[in-house]
Ligand binder design. Sequence first.
Ligand SMILES: Nc1ncnc2c1ncn2[C@@H]1O[C@H](COP(=O)(O)OP(=O)(O)O)[C@@H](O)[C@H]1O
Ligand SMILES: O=C(O)[C@H](O)[C@@H](O)[C@H](O)[C@H](O)COP(=O)(O)O
Length: 185
Amino acid sequence: MAAPNALLVMGVSGSGKSTVGALLASELGWKFYDADDYHPEENRMKMQKGIALNDKDRIPWLCKLHDILRRDVASGQHVVLACSALKRVYRDILIQGKDDAPLKCDDLGKEEKPVEVKLLVVHLTGSFDIISGRLLRRKDHFMPPELLQSQFDTLETPSAPENFIQINVDKNLSEIIATIMETLK
Ligand SMILES: Nc1ncnc2c1ncn2[C@@H]1O[C@H](COP(=O)(O)OP(=O)(O)O)[C@@H](O)[C@H]1O
Ligand SMILES: O=C(O)[C@H](O)[C@@H](O)[C@H](O)[C@H](O)COP(=O)(O)O
């Protein structure tokens, strides 16, 4: 694949997406988006109540994120997105949008030339024990640690032909960032 214009930092809740994504964006000088900031209030309330999201909850949210990625890429802006993107179909929506009605990602009108989101997926992977330990220590966050098992249950690990790397979250942050920077060289 040609050099990516967008990086997706994905994984279950507590895997380090927001932390790694923000550091990486700052290192690269790319724009950073945290998908958590784009959940509608209903989704946040649902998670706060300890109920896992389903496809119907997530798809409009992913479409909105696709629109943002495409808009930025079209203007020459490179982006880092931290987003759970647990299933393959969710990652496909981030790349291509979702054409079939009634959910329509394209609210931007017709562009003059096709815009391709060339995504490198960085999957932060780790054991349930390490990640749940981090979630239990994390303060002031709406996501209850009790939802972690459902995140592992939903997770579809990236596989070919997806353009991806996997990094274990037992590494420290500087090692993780260095690995990603090396991949981008
Ligand atoms: N590689 C790491 N080593 C140690 N702690 C980490 C690492 N990555 C993230 N953390 C910590 O783990 C917690 C969860 O990270 P966070 O970025 O909020 O995850 P996510 O966005 O995937 O939910 C935070 O308190 C963060 O500081
Ligand atoms: O698709 C989902 O179920 C959510 O996006 C979820 O995966 C995400 O993890 C929460 O928004 C909590 O946010 P943190 O990932 O920051 O814990």
